[in-house]
Design a protein. Sequence first.
Length: 430
Amino acid sequence: MSEGTIRIGMLGCGTVGAATLRLLHEHADDIAMRAGCRAEVARVAVRDPGKDRGVPLPREAFTTDAASIVDDPEIDVVCEVIGGIEPAKELLLRALANGKSIVTANKELLATEGKELFDAADAAGLDLLFEASVAGGVPLIRPLKESLAGDRIDRVIGIVNGTTNYVLTRMSEQGWSFEEALREAQRLGFAEADPTADVEGFDAAAKCAILASIAFNSRVVAGDVYREGITRVTALDIADARRMGYVVKLLAIAELEDEEISARVHPAMIPQAHPLAAVRDASNAVFVEGQKVGQLMFYGPGAGGDPTATAVVGDLVTAARNRSIGGRSMGCTCVLDRRIRSMDDTRGQYYLNLHVADRPGVLAEIAGDFGHNGVSIERVWQEGSGDEATLVFITHRAQEGALQKTLQELRESPAVRAVASVLRVEGEEP
Ligand SMILES: NC(=O)c1ccc[n+]([C@@H]2O[C@H](COP(=O)([O-])OP(=O)(O)OC[C@H]3O[C@@H](n4cnc5c(N)ncnc54)[C@H](OP(=O)(O)O)[C@@H]3O)[C@@H](O)[C@H]2O)c1
């Protein structure tokens, strides 16, 4: 680090990278005051160095040779905003080996190959900061890791994917189908042309793994997270939920129960009075329950260049300060080896809507299927009659495996014409 200046090498200059460069330029004086030194972007690696990116840097600063940045002895901090596993992983390992601090927004990389990177950073005594990797502009990683270090966290429930929250909001408020809402999200730029990572829950699962790892001090990877997307959520599910005072959301849930971790992403009904129910459109929010602090909610823009850049620049300021005093932030805290529960072993509440034969004894037959699987019913009521007869059930908390067995039997039961809808119910009204 040259006297009074920290030199940053950027890997990537797309949505987040370009906004980061603009923010570093626009707020340069404030950033220098907070970091204790000026931040200078030395070079930027991209695929196409000829592209006009509307950033305050000369063309000569751009290169396609990312390795030359991580090897450059003049660079202090490497900021990775390429995304994906490779070449990001190799580049960051090489940067750490060369003594550089790291700032990254890459949830996919951290949630799958994070251990190798964190081990390398810890061994080298260097920062590996990643505030932007979960919920974009919403400060979450540092509050969970540092501000709440004195508490024990029992549960984290998040709306961490803006695309799916936008789609579910439109389905709920306009009565649109999933396909209609997704088309609108794509038209407005909230959803990618290939929306798989969002609508199938992969993006939320990576974030869930990162949140669970930090909340419970134990390594959870994306593959440990049970994952169900929103493609099977129907307009009927949403209408039923609304009628009963609930809203359907795609939730990332990390829980610690009996020293075991449950990490899952799936659509669920939450009470309209729950703070997460008010999180509309592309916003993100994470609800945290700590033993001493009680309930907290972090809310805001979970994506977008400018909001995400604030998280990246916050980390750059921290890395700069740490280098100037020869220190580092808290390293990896995944020191415990906690068992991760299979989905079948998790417990939850369920909503079921069954089309049934309208004849005497049907309710008793169906109740028997619940009963012998150990699933107890909290509420049941009938709607319609004759061919339209529908039974609606809300269960008490039950084991997922038992509920799935019950469902299988109900689907085979002569008393049941169709299982129209099944949704998990989460989030007691706080
Ligand atoms: N977008 C968001 O709102 C958001 C929010 C939170 C976190 N993130 C995370 O931030 C990261 C970046 O996202 P983004 O939306 O900014 O992506 P993006 O717009 O697709 O930008 C990616 C950048 O990386 C460059 N690049 C790709 N492959 C490269 C390679 N092999 N060598 C050098 N440069 C390469 C691209 O160069 P060219 O420009 O020349 O193609 C582009 O500048 C991802 O990890 C993402 O998950 C994004």
